[in-house]
Design a protein around this ligand. Sequence first.
Ligand SMILES: NC(=O)c1ccc[n+]([C@@H]2O[C@H](COP(=O)([O-])OP(=O)(O)OC[C@H]3O[C@@H](n4cnc5c(N)ncnc54)[C@H](OP(=O)(O)O)[C@@H]3O)[C@@H](O)[C@H]2O)c1
Length: 230
Amino acid sequence: MSIVLLTGANRGLGLEFARQYAAEGWQVLAACRRPDAAESLRALAAESAGRVSLHTLDLAAPEQIADLARELAEVELDLLINNAGIYPPSHPLGQIDYPAWEQAFRVNSLAPVMMAEAFAPALARAPAPRIVNITSKMGSIDDNSSGGSYAYRCSKTALNMASVNLAHDLREQGITVLILHPGWVATSMGGPGAPLDVEQSVTGMRRVIAGADLRHSGRLFAYDGSEIPW
Ligand SMILES: NC(=O)c1ccc[n+]([C@@H]2O[C@H](COP(=O)([O-])OP(=O)(O)OC[C@H]3O[C@@H](n4cnc5c(N)ncnc54)[C@H](OP(=O)(O)O)[C@@H]3O)[C@@H](O)[C@H]2O)c1
């Protein structure tokens, strides 16, 4: 049975990843900040015949990443999806909220690298391991035609660069690192006016993930498989 570790699995895209991988028969290690309050995820776990387990993980607390790596030390991990992310309120130049920007860096940029470091040994045991970092087109420098959203944009651009580094550093261990933009999706972050629902986005991303190997490592793709400029 293939095993996936997911961050931010309690709602939005993370919950849909958990649903779809569980439905396909994967073992889903579903991490979130508050398992006790994660009602939808707990309901999914209850009907999963043991395939979905919940794990406590606040990505702004590095010691929790180390604790989880210890808890899962024996696992042979096929897939790590660094999905969790935050979108701080966008302030115009002159009113930038620097503490919020630092928090966005912690959760969106640093934590996925910490996760990759912590789980590389577990991934290296699997036959065709993959790390998927969920980024955003808003981190693309080529695509920036409007400015704004300093904290979110820069945190995702930094994630993109770190992901390319990870692709280089983990290639020898056979670990593919994919950088995926989910599209604009109707979640709490995307808002109700978004053109895609979570089912469409995650179905597309899972197709891209399933078809990926080391040739795709360190490249940026959208949920529909199209490649996005940096
Ligand atoms: N929706 C879109 O249109 C869109 C577009 C481009 C990229 N993305 C990216 O897609 C990913 C998922 O977004 P989404 O739309 O599903 O957003 P969402 O519905 O707002 O969910 C965000 C998830 O991240 C978790 N999270 C936030 N801070 C965390 C922390 N410190 N530790 C652990 N988990 C934390 C949240 O957990 P809590 O419930 O505990 O807060 C929640 O599970 C993000 O990386 C986002 O940047 C989304």
